[in-house]
Design a protein around this ligand. Structure first.
Ligand code: NDP
Length: 319
């Protein structure tokens, strides 16, 4: 089968379109013909070696496609399913754990299904896991027009939270407003002050930051006393080591660095979040904005665009 292979760590150029053996499903897995593979920022961390991975490997964990065969005969061949955690998803076929997939409802396009679970369940656990969102909560969302950013903003706005979104371009600003942001800001040295001025100088209840290194100081500055800084990603690089006393001097803040895996730790928790996301997409509460799909063989271009901040919303590969 055709697949993308990473034979060594490096930049987008190490993503090689080639022929590999088809996967053999293990115990509890199904073989699936991939229709679309989701592209996520975390794929770039594994590719570069920032997160541990052992080349050669096929990247990608997320996607949507049709069941080829279920050894247990429970799921009919041809059923359209979506998953978020099947390593090797940048390929024509992948083995998916049967307890970690959802059936795609009619009316949800396959490219949308391919990119809804990882970013959608992340948004869900940020709002209902890391802390419980209540109407009237105030929050900052950085990279507000990215894959997670747009979904998180829509979910939070639907729950009557006030979202202050941070983006880098006019087009991203437009998308963040469309998603329900109350006010959209640009990065800069006075960002925390500008946001605080908008909410009466109080600071926000929670900061959701997927940018990392470049925005961490701002996160500490913009959170209200006893507020939460949730540093869930590092698109600009890892947050530098810092002194824990900083949390005290910024107002007895709470700080967490969560990961999706810990918030879908059991099959039940996965199902709860996956169903919540699928329902929200099906009933239109969340509209997933998918970039024009890249062909599988152009995975390199997809990574280049994602890392160069050229994409908005979600990114998928058409297989
Ligand atoms: P995005 O679509 O949000 O793409 C990244 C965005 O980050 C860019 O579009 C850009 O938006 C912003 N950005 C700011 N500075 C930089 C920089 N120096 N280089 C590149 N991008 C930058 O990606 P995802 O939605 O896939 O992921 C967002 C973040 O969330 C990532 O850090 C990812 O690792 C993390 N994540 C964490 C999870 C978890 O459970 N902990 C799960 C899923 C994602 P702008 O131009 O507007 O600044």
């Amino acid at each position: 089968m055709k697949a993308i292979l990473v034979s060594r760590h490096g930049g987008p150029e190490v993503l090689e379109y080639t022929d590999v053996d088809a996967p053999v499903p293990g115990e509890g897995q199904l073989l699936v013909d991939v229709s679309f593979a989701g592209v996520n920022f975390i794929d770039t961390y594994f590719r570069s070696g920032t997160y541990p991975s052992e080349p050669p490997y096929i990247p990608g964990t997320e996607g949507c496609g049709r069941v080829v065969d279920d050894p247990r005969g429970e799921i009919a061949p041809g059923t359209l399913v979506a998953w978020h955690d099947a390593p090797g998803s940048y390929a024509e076929q992948v083995a998916v754990d049967r307890n970690r997939l959802v059936a795609v409802p009619e009316g949800v396009a396959p490219e949308v299904a391919a990119s809804m679970l990882l970013q959608g369940m992340t948004s869900h656990y940020l709002l209902h896991g890391v802390r419980e969102t209540a109407p009237g909560d105030t929050m900052v969302v950085t990279a507000g027009a990215g894959g997670v950013g747009l979904i998180l903003t829509q979910m939070a706005a639907a729950e009557e939270a006030t979202v202050y979104s941070v983006v880098s371009t006019d087009e991203k600003e437009r998308l963040a407003y469309e998603a329900g942001a109350a006010k959209v800001f640009r990065y800069g040295p006075s960002l925390a002050e500008e946001i605080k001025a908008e909410n009466g100088g109080r600071g926000v209840d929670v900061v959701y930051d997927g940018v990392g290194k470049d925005t961490f100081e701002m996160c500490l500055d913009v959170a209200r006393p006893r507020g939460l800084v949730c540093s869930f990603g590092s698109a600009s690089g890892d947050v530098e080591p810092f002194k824990i006393q900083e949390l005290k001097s910024h107002g007895a803040l709470f700080l967490t660095r969560p990961s999706l895996a810990h918030y879908v730790a059991t099959d039940d928790e996965f199902l709860m979040r996956a169903q919540a996301v699928t329902r929200a997409v099906e009933d239109g509460t969340v509209k997933i904005r998918v970039n024009p799909p890249y062909e599988l063989k152009n995975a390199r271009q997809a990574h280049e665009d994602l890392q160069a901040r050229r994409t908005t919303g979600s990114v998928v590969l058409a297989v």
